[in-house]
Design a binder for this molecule. Structure first.
Ligand code: GDP
Ligand code: MG
Length: 581
């Protein structure tokens, strides 16, 4: 019989096909009083089981993870796959321009041309028919964050160096990242159209970082390009294909899919959306997929030009709809046999996440943390941060990690994309963290949990404000700042189109009150999608000053029309508050 890390007496009895009372009697002989529902540890359970004549195999809870990423494939099942490329380089050297140029050139060459949408990765087909996949989330942090989670996504790094600027700190950083990941580099010497361009200088400067380019007798391919003028992009893509051939990239398309989530977000109306880059196998509609502690049945697959597809094979990026919560960029995903298995894995991961963070700590409020800082010099400000998109979350992350000094630092307990959930609150509660929401809101369960556990949740709409507050808190002083007071929430029951007036939302105030002249935000799926003012607040036919909880009213926004049934309107006041300590 198998025994897990912890087991109830009842369950142990079941597994031994004994009556629970026999175990309780046995334990009583040792002087321990137990109820049938009590949990005992695996050592005790093993003792009992052996005493009752069973052979025991200990299994750990962590065994749940076993087989999540399937076996290695047989060599004969492998077929060539497209290389996956990440573009890195110093700020303003042209990463975004190059990604856009490569993509635009390719989209135009496809006759459809039409819709291009940002899904975090895209694939291009070069004239020779070969395909190349680009990860469209430039940034060293993203690259390394993915690596840190054990995901090896990138096959080749294109390092962009501006010919008029040469090797700069982030160029060197990128070289180090790529080297650490043992990923080959191709140098794109960009901006050769510029008058001050000096490609030769780039080549020489690279030498001192142990990059010897081909034209200087080395083996690193270098191509002179202009992202702006779209010069020589074909040659760059050819170089990628050449490099890929050396790497002999292969995968088995004929197995359940696994791969990496390269981008994830919570989208208005669509719910959690993850961009999956398939690494092996083929991902299909209806598959049960697990990524991090999110799972779902694949409801829709949308490719990089916005078309619905039925499947995605190796090196193909697709948007996946159907997750229960947003996964995180860098999460490994895999298709599992069934829902039960998906739940088993995600529940286990969720428990682990809580356990590792269940460090002793005081519950969080920024003021408490400040006071502790003053009184007994705490060293850390634990924070849980949720934001609307990966980009803003990364920016906040980067800004906060530069705050503080040797004495005090921000400790980011958890950083993620999406609305604030109950599990964020429990994380914050166990680690004494304050929860910061950037353009996102806590859902109803999370708000209840925050109230119950005394966890402070702060909302921000401007990164600077967030960072500034943290800086001030860390220096022990929150100065008088623009602060907002929550007035109330209303839910949109129906949207009416009224001629001359435009769209009016028929709402019910669900908590607090709504006031004319107050600021409002429109929230969809816990993400802020509009902020502004009310142009109308009506009860029946009359314009009113306020509407309280339980009542219905009509609201319209100043210069904004895209409200929908089910959206929440949050009403708040902005005032200047002097913080007292
Ligand atoms: P990133 O910070 O690396 O993503 O750089 P961007 O792609 O945002 O480019 C920074 C600036 O350089 C922008 O103003 C671009 O228009 C400009 N730029 C990018 N590529 C070229 C190029 O090939 N030639 C010229 N002249 N300008 C470029
Ligand atoms: Mg850029």
């Amino acid at each position: 019989m198998t025994i897990p890390d912890v087991i109830t007496i009842q369950e142990l009895a079941n597994r031994m096909a004994e009556r629970g009372v026999e175990i309780i009697k046995y334990l009583m002989k040792d002087g321990a009083m137990h109820k049938i529902t009590d949990v005992i540890d695996s050592d005790t359970a093993q003792l009992i089981a052996e005493e009752f004549g069973h052979t025991v195999r200990r299994v750990s809870e962590a065994d749940v993870e076993e087989g999540f990423i399937g076996e290695k494939d047989n060599e004969e099942d492998l077929v060539p796959r497209a290389p996956v490329v990440t573009i890195m380089g110093h700020v303003d050297h042209g990463k975004t321009s190059l990604l856009d140029a490569v993509r635009a050139a390719n989209v135009v060459s496809q006759e459809a041309g039409g819709i291009t949408q940002h899904i975090g990765a895209y694939q291009v087909t070069i004239p020779s028919g070969q395909k190349i996949t680009f990860i469209d989330t430039p940034g060293h942090a993203a690259f390394t964050a993915m690596r840190a989670r054990g995901a090896k996504v990138t096959d080749i790094v294109i390092l962009v160096v501006a010919a008029d600027d040469g090797v700069k700190p982030q160029t060197i950083e990128a070289i180090n990242h790529a080297k650490a990941a043992e990923v080959p580099i191709i140098i794109a010497i960009n901006k050769i159209d510029k008058p001050g361009a000096d490609p030769q200088r780039v080549r020489t400067e690279l030498l001192s970082h142990e990059i010897v380019v081909e034209s200087m007798g080395g083996d690193t391919l270098e191509i002179e390009v202009s992202a702006l003028k779209r010069t020589n992009l074909d040659a760059l893509l050819e170089a990628v294909v050449l490099q890929a051939e050396v790497l002999e990239l292969k995968a088995n398309p004929d197995r359940p899919a696994d791969g990496v989530v390269v981008e994830a977000k919570l989208e208005r109306g669509r719910g959690p959306v993850g961009t999956a880059l398939v690494q092996r196998g083929t991902l299909r509609l209806g598959d049960i997929i697990v990524a991090g502690s999110a799972w779902g049945r694949v409801r829709a697959l949308i490719n990089d030009v916005g078309e619905h597809t039925k499947e995605a094979g190796p090196s193909v990026p697709v948007e996946v709809l159907g997750f229960d919560t947003a996964p995180e960029a860098g999460d490994q995903f895999a298709v599992v046999e069934n829902e039960a298995r998906a739940r088993e894995i995600t529940e286990y991961r969720e428990r682990e996440r809580r356990k590792t963070l269940a460090v002793a700590g005081q519950r969080g409020s920024l003021e408490q943390m400040m006071n502790q800082l003053k009184e007994d010099g705490i060293k850390e400000f634990p924070l849980v941060i949720k934001g609307d998109v990966q980009g803003s979350v990364e920016a906040i992350n980067a800004a906060l990690s530069q705050l503080g000094d040797d004495e005090v630092r921000a400790r980011l307990v958890h950083v993620g994309v999406g609305g604030i959930t109950e599990s964020d609150i429990s994380l914050a509660s166990t680690s004494g963290a304050v929860v910061l929401g950037f353009n996102v809101r806590a859902n109803a369960q999370a708000r209840a949990a925050a109230e119950r556990d005394g966890v402070e949740v702060r909302y921000y709409a401007v990164i600077y404000d967030l960072v500034d507050d943290m800086r001030q808190a860390m220096s022990g002083l929150l100065s008088p700042t623009r602060r907002e007071t929550f007035l109330g929430n209303a839910e949109i029951l129906e949207v009416f189109n009224i001629s001359k007036v435009g769209k009016v939302a028929g709402c019910r105030v669900t908590e607090g009150k709504v006031e004319r002249g107050a600021h409002v935000r429109l929230i969809r799926d816990n993400v802020v999608i509009h902020e502004g003012e009310l142009s109308t607040l009506k009860r029946f036919k009359d314009e009113v000053k306020e509407v309280v909880a339980g009542q219905e009213c009509g609201m319209a926004f100043e210069g904004y029309q895209d409200m929908r049934e089910g959206d929440v309107i949050e009403c708040f006041q902005v005032e200047h508050v002097q913080r007292t300590l």
